[in-house]
Design a protein. Structure first.
Length: 361
């Protein structure tokens, strides 16, 4: 019933933890599609893989010529028929994900990463939810942070924030601030791929683009309140090392879908006012201009900017914000606590998120 899609490259040291957590799920009607994206890590020397829960699988591949990651997958596939170990030449995460999707036989697709761990009840709870809520196309779950909060405070804050977005409306409103879902926590109906397309390859985060595209096509999403996943944060995680996950790439793909949303929902389209007048804020907001949005003014609190024109537009003190219904605002105020400050300020002026303003940072 479920095809668990697990792309992997050079992850022999963490892969047994992930595989064991999936093969010990209480929901057993699954296939585990592990796509080896051209791993070339050094063959294992024969020591046992210390999987989570005491895995005693061993391998000796010093003379076989295959990678350590491939050796792990072959060993698991030999001992559990649910493991389908696929291999491809190194092509990247999007190619690996879509290769796995074409091989998937399940009614549902679950995601998993090779350095994380799933709770034993994860898949059962997510499948139960989708069965009981046929109008929902995708369900995620809350995740625990498995890295160092001191060394990776930004990742930890992002995860804490995503864990607050549980229902469809919260996910919809949150999508333009940041990616509202942790990719490997999701389970979705395979029919969505047939109807709305699979992962796209380009200069953007492939998971964020997928959520934005599916939400723009009215796919309903939800998140379980239970914490059923451990999201680890190794230093080699793709989101740390690949250019497609850069800040500017996030804002560029966000601008495309935010502009589409504004076309449908902004009663003053194409005009918006932007909260924030700093250089970085302006650069990110002005990405909307290429999609037909017109920025009429900046709203700020910096006295050095007030009553000046920046980029040909006036800078107005935010206390002079028009009454609700007179303008639509998009906030690009970033920084820790910035969005919360904007929410408090606009809420005190009678503005409602989604009706009068959106947070985009």
């Amino acid at each position: 019933m479920i095809s668990v899609l697990l792309p992997v490259r050079n992850a022999a040291s963490t892969l047994p933890f992930a595989l064991d957590s999936l093969l010990r799920q209480s929901f057993t009607d699954l296939e585990l599609i592990a796509v080896d994206d051209g791993s070339d890590d050094h063959p294992h020397d024969g020591r046992p893989y210390d999987g989570r829960g005491g895995s005693d699988r061993t391998t000796s591949t010093g003379s076989s010529g295959i990678s350590a990651t491939r050796a792990v997958l072959q060993e698991y596939a030999r001992t559990d028929h649910r493991v389908r170990a696929l291999e491809m030449r190194h092509g990247g995460i999007v190619q690996a994900l879509n290769f796995g999707l074409t091989a998937a036989r399940g009614e549902y697709i679950a995601r998993m990463d090779a350095d994380d761990v799933s709770h034993p009840e994860r898949l059962q709870k997510q499948i139960d939810f989708l069965r009981q809520n046929p109008e929902v196309g995708l369900v995620a779950c809350r995740a625990a942070f498995g890295g160092s909060a001191e060394r990776a405070g930004g990742y930890k804050r992002h995860l804490d924030w995503t864990n607050t977005l549980l229902d469809h409306d919260q996910i919809c409103l949150g999508r333009f601030r940041e990616s509202p879902l942790v990719h490997p926590t999701v389970v979705f109906r395979k029919e969505l791929v047939c109807r709305f397309g699979a992962y796209r390859d380009g200069p953007f985060p492939e998971d964020y683009e997928l959520w934005l595209r599916w939400l723009s096509l009215s796919v309903r999403m939800a998140k379980l309140p239970e914490t059923l996943y451990v999201w680890n944060d190794p230093p080699f995680r793709l989101s740390r090392t690949h250019s497609r996950y850069g800040v500017q790439e996030f804002y560029a793909v966000k601008a495309e879908y935010l502009a589409k949303w504004l076309t449908k929902h902004n009663p003053h389209h194409p005009r918006v006012m932007v909260m924030g007048a700093g250089r970085i804020t302006r650069r990110r907001a002005e990405m909307l201009l290429g999609h037909g949005v017109e920025i009429t003014a900046w709203l700020d609190i910096d006295p050095r900017k007030i009553n000046r024109r920046v980029g040909g537009r006036p800078v107005i003190h935010r206390d002079e914000v028009p009454p609700p219904g007179r303008a639509f605002l998009v906030s690009y105020v970033a920084g820790h606590g910035g969005a919360e400050d904007i929410e408090r300020f606009l809420g005190g002026r009678g503005y409602l998120p989604g009706r009068d303003y959106l947070l985009a940072a």
